[in-house]
Design a protein around this ligand. Structure first.
Ligand code: C2E
Ligand code: CA
Ligand code: CA
Length: 705
């Protein structure tokens, strides 16, 4: 069917042909009519052709040329083929190609038209317009799209678009990798329910949706998620809602980062900050935190809670003797036992060293608490297998109750600590509840410490000298005993101040002060009396923790000029339980210097005879508790006699302490004990009294004899 001509159409709509022609000629582009053929000869072109291709209508319709000549040579073939194929169809065609303008420029054009039979040929009518600038835009868009696609494809972060119903609409390779899928397609196909399949924590997707609903975005949204293989990782999402121009929801779009490493690190830091590395128990910081919460809760609920201080009794011994690995193992075992004996709502923390603290919440009765603590104590005191040994541990426990013994954390902890000290003092492996009296004692400990510092500064300590006599009643030496006459508090005995001095480290300056004073006094007595009285000084085990003990003692002795050969150093058995190698070498050093070592209070502790062989001890002092019974107790007499015989056979000087009666003295003499000390012979004397006593002896008014 031949299309109705433009003129006819125009006429039908009341257009004047002239006006129509005007309109056509003013169109931006080229309207044409031409014959189909290799050259595409034009019969008519509108004047827009000049702007389009730089050729005038006359040039284009001249018989010498054709439109094909204007088309870029590389595109001619394609144009010809496209035209041919549309001619086989309905005759309509739409083409896009390039032309070369008269001035040689390249332009993109779009041609649309229709072919109709005309005699023995084909007539083409249509319109060609310049689309160069559109083409440029499209290309730019494509390039931009390409760039973004590259970013999307190669990003290290996961990028996604997802629907409200919890499906992924798009995902990049990084997201697929992150979630453990081979390709984005596999991810989209398999991960069809984000809410259930992805998030570990229930309700996480709902939270995501809630934020999207209320804020329109999520920022650093951290969640734990499952990978395809079930492994868990931590991610951080940043996402927002994408809407259409009209505000209709389209999808969520966002990025995903794997933060597992940071999370792991963070968790580790939190662990370090709040948990003890060795036992995994809460540490001091977390204990305070929990206790604070517990106290607040108990205050609200008007319930009771207990704070329990636990200190292992023989940890130091095991640690020193079996080594730190064994010590660590012991602590871990005990920590596990305690943790296993308490309820979920309670806390056990390690304060450091061998100290643990329990917080026991919601107590119903004191009996219940007692039972629970007894259970813990029994459980902890089960022998612990360490290396080839089975070690016995025991624990001293102190209890403070909220609200009775304190209503704040500090007071409760302090009072539990005070009660624990009392438990230890009462013979270890003990349980002690806090009482006001204990607090007073702990205050006293504090006061004593303060006063002792002052007394040391002001040189307020003095020395009493208790003589020791040989079998003939002749004074052979004295034991220096510390004395403290306090201006307000009166006389304070060494049994009270020595333990405090040991605890707070004052024992070192105190011992040195005693040695300095005593050595001056004895040197002077010896000079005046022309004698060689020996001086015995008590050394607390704490002194052996010093690296240069021998040098320090020598310095204290130096001013007096007393020979170290006249010095006896009394040590107690507890020292020998410590780091044996170290102690032996210190003892040997002291011995080499000239001093003699004495085992004090023999017969009170383990009194292992093995000590006498293993350690370089020259003197054994039989404790007064053994001596006290020898008149009445046959067995005790035999023990003392055996010790004397054994000691002498080993070449030691055996001294009996606490000799109070003539009968005791006689019995000990019969046993051939070497030396005697006790109230029955002489009480501890002042320097002046000692001097007097020596002078009397010179005049032949000795004791016993
Ligand atoms: P210790 O080393 O066993 O000293 C002997 C203690 O027994 C002295 O008590 C002494 O007065 C007392 N005593 C002596 N003869 C008798 C007796 O016949 N019967 C009775 N019942 N007691 C007697 P003191 O002076 O009260 O000293 C007590 C403890 O204090 C000493 O026991 C010693 O362990 C410690 N001590 C005293 N001075 C010092 C010191 O300078 N340094 C150290 N580390 N400890 C000291
Ligand atoms: Ca002593
Ligand atoms: Ca003693």
């Amino acid at each position: 069917m031949r299309p109705v001509s433009l003129h006819a159409q125009a006429a039908a709509h009341g257009f004047q042909p002239a006006a129509l022609e005007n309109l056509i000629h003013h169109l931006d582009g080229m309207a044409y009519r031409g014959r189909h053929g290799p050259e595409r000869h034009m019969q008519f072109v509108s004047r827009g052709c000049l702007a389009l291709c730089g050729y005038s209508a006359a040039q284009l319709t001249a018989s010498s040329g054709g439109w094909m000549g204007v088309i870029h040579k590389d595109d001619r073939q394609a144009v010809a083929e496209a035209l041919a194929s549309s001619l086989r169809g309905n005759g309509r065609f739409a083409l896009q190609y390039r032309i070369r303008t008269a001035s040689g420029q390249l332009r993109h054009v779009r041609e649309s038209g229709v072919a109709s039979p005309d005699g023995d040929g084909m007539l083409l009518e249509g319109f060609v317009m310049d689309v160069t600038s559109q083409q440029r835009t499209i290309r730019a868009l494509a390039q931009a799209e390409m760039r973004y696609r590259t970013i999307f494809e190669h990003a290290q972060e996961g990028i996604f678009q997802s629907s409200k119903t919890g499906r992924y609409l798009a995902a990049n390779p990084a997201l697929a990798r992150l979630y453990g899928y081979a390709t984005p397609e596999e991810l989209i196909l398999n991960l069809s329910d984000i809410s259930c399949q992805l998030y570990v924590e229930a309700g996480r997707r709902e939270e995501f949706l809630r934020l999207m609903e209320t804020v329109g975005e999520v920022v650093n949204f951290e969640s734990e998620v499952y990978r395809k293989d079930g492994q868990r990782i931590w991610i951080s999402e940043n996402a927002h809602v994408v809407s259409s121009e009209h505000g209709r929801f389209l999808y969520y779009e966002g990025t995903v980062q794997d933060i597992s490493e940071r999370k792991h690190y963070q968790q580790q830091l939190e662990m370090q900050a709040n948990f003890d590395a060795l036992t995994g128990l809460p540490n001091r910081a977390l204990l305070y935190d929990r206790l604070k919460q517990s106290v607040a809760r108990a205050a609200r609920a008007q319930s009771r809670l207990a704070v329990v201080f636990i200190d292992l009794d023989n940890f130091k011994f095991i640690n020193d003797n079996l080594g730190h690995d064994a010590g660590d193992q012991l602590l871990k075992t005990v920590a596990g036992r305690i943790a296993g004996s308490i309820r979920k709502l309670d806390t056990v923390a390690r304060l450091g060293g061998d100290e643990f603290v329990l917080i026991l919440n919601d107590l119903d009765s004191e009996e219940g608490l007692w039972t629970l603590l007894e259970r813990i104590r029994l459980k902890t005191s089960q022998p612990v297998p360490l290396q080839e040994h089975r070690c016995n541990v025991s624990a001293s426990m102190g209890v403070a109750l909220y609200p009775r013994d304190g209503v704040d954390e500090q007071t409760l902890l302090r009072h539990a600590d005070v009660a624990m000290y009392a438990a230890k003092a009462a013979g270890k492996d003990n349980l002690h509840f806090f009482t006001g009296k204990l607090d007073q004692q702990s205050d006293e400990r504090f006061t004593l410490e303060r006063e002792m510092r002052l007394a040391l500064e002001q040189d307020d300590f003095s020395v009493a000298y208790q003589p020791k006599f040989d079998r003939h009643g002749r004074m052979v030496g004295v034991e220096a005993l510390a004395r403290w006459q306090h201006a307000q508090l009166g006389a304070i005995g060494p049994d009270r101040f020595i333990p405090v001095a040991e605890e707070c480290g004052l024992i070192v300056p105190l011992t040195m002060a005693i040695l300095r004073k005593a050595s001056m006094a004895i040197a002077s007595c010896n000079r005046m009396a022309g004698r060689s009285i020996r001086l015995a000084v008590n050394l607390s085990p704490r002194l052996f923790e010093r690296d240069h003990l021998c040098r320090e003692l020598a310095a204290a002795l130096a001013d007096s000029g007393l020979s170290p050969g006249l010095l006896e150093l009394e040590i107690t058995e507890s020292l020998l339980l410590g780091d044996t190698e170290h102690i032996i070498s210190q003892m040997q050093e002291l011995q080499a210097w000239g001093a003699e070592l004495a085992m004090d209070d023999f017969g009170t502790g383990y009194s292992s005879l093995a000590y006498l062989l293993r350690f370089p001890l020259g003197i054994i002092k039989i404790d007064r508790s053994l001596v006290a019974g020898i008149e009445s107790n046959e067995q005790q007499r035999m023990v003392v006699s055996a010790v004397v015989t054994l000691g002498r056979n080993l070449g030691k000087t055996v001294v009996a302490e606490g000799v109070e009666t003539a009968e005791q003295l006689q019995l000990l003499r019969d046993m051939e004990c070497c030396q005697y000390q006790g109230f029955g012979l002489s009480v501890p004397l002042s320097e002046a009294a000692l001097h007097g006593r020596l002078q009397q002896e010179e005049k032949g008014i000795g004791c016993g004899g």
